[in-house]
Design a protein around this ligand. Sequence first.
Ligand SMILES: Nc1ncnc2c1ncn2[C@@H]1O[C@H](COP(=O)(O)OP(=O)(O)OP(=O)(O)O)[C@@H](O)[C@H]1O
Ligand SMILES: [Mg+2]
Length: 393
Amino acid sequence: MLASMTSVATGAPTVGIVGAGQLARMTYQASISLGVRVRLLAASAADSAAVVASDVAVGPPTGPAVDRFAEGCDVLTFDHELVDADQLACLEASGSAVRPSADVVALAQDKRRQRAQLGTLGFPIPPHAPVRDASDLVAFGAEHGWPIVAKARRGGYDGRGVWVLDGPEAATALVEHTAASGIELLVEAHVPIEQELAVLVARRPGGQAVVYPVVETVQQDGICRELLAPAPVAPELAAAARELGLGIAEAIGVVGVLAVELFRVGDRLVVNELAARPHNSGHSTIEGCATSQFENHLRAVLDWPLGATTPAAPAVATVNVLGSADGGDPVANLPAALEIEGAHVHLYGKAARPGRKLGHVTALGQDLDETRARARRAAALLVGRGAAVGIPT
Ligand SMILES: Nc1ncnc2c1ncn2[C@@H]1O[C@H](COP(=O)(O)OP(=O)(O)OP(=O)(O)O)[C@@H](O)[C@H]1O
Ligand SMILES: [Mg+2]
């Protein structure tokens, strides 16, 4: 299929991305320098990538719109998991190149399935169990100790769909709430996390893979706020994390980028969750590595040689820009942020709302603390909080 659907104008293949959020926007940016055509299926014409791309279909990420969209693409890939894995399996059966595969998408969509499959494969995961009713949570808490962590099986993001429960009463209240909304749950032991890490791998259909430097993901209230690369961890632990990432990518047969979120507990690593697409924890690769996660995702899904992941500087820090409480648009503060030396500002073109991920800033340097401080200053200026970090406004 790949050879038959190339663009008449340029001979370049067309990569179809289902979803048009900021990940698709940054993938689109990478496609421009490669000369690859990217076509988007956007839920709304106002989506982050839809407002910049030249070839956009508007429609839902499931149903007939996806079948029609796939017809015009050499390879189908994804910006999010809100797709129908059964439909993707049908598209595969009828000869479409779906990358990552329907099976991998089904795994990435379903935290319960991830726990079961990774456990069977022998990867380190926390104790976990499915939940049918509150008694399952209470029994799990009695066995593993409180607090416990209940999670929505599907659809969670930015910590929405993760609940730390301190006892049977909280467990009962949660099940009443989730059952009423049709949310299926799983439960895990509460891990005494010392650091959160992520490792990204890009893998081609034949198995060639590259792994990125391990990053620390600094989380606050379930949202990733900062990335520090390379993660300030012992070299042996970083090597183990990279091996773990490559091992999981190979074991599940992913094609494209795989992000593996990890918890560090002492010198032990525990897998949190998987995302089979470019990921928030890889934004620092745009300026921070020889080849960005977005370019390597394109290369991988097209089965082209992957680019080096070599770090571009000894220290790389990325700070996410979340919408400020007053709903102000960071674009208004761009000139102030750009005063910060070496601040690479990325704004996603999304309507500003409090707490919404609107962009990120990456800085490169020699020293992690100094580099992080610079990225923080620029991010703070973007949301009008320059004064809070000591910057004259
Ligand atoms: N078993 C656990 N023990 C302790 N903390 C946990 C556990 N599972 C999750 N957390 C905390 O909750 C955060 C969000 O969890 P998780 O990554 O599963 O949710 P999510 O909403 O799917 O996140 P994302 O935005 O990455 O998709 C984690 O980054 C971690 O800080
Ligand atoms: Mg997560």
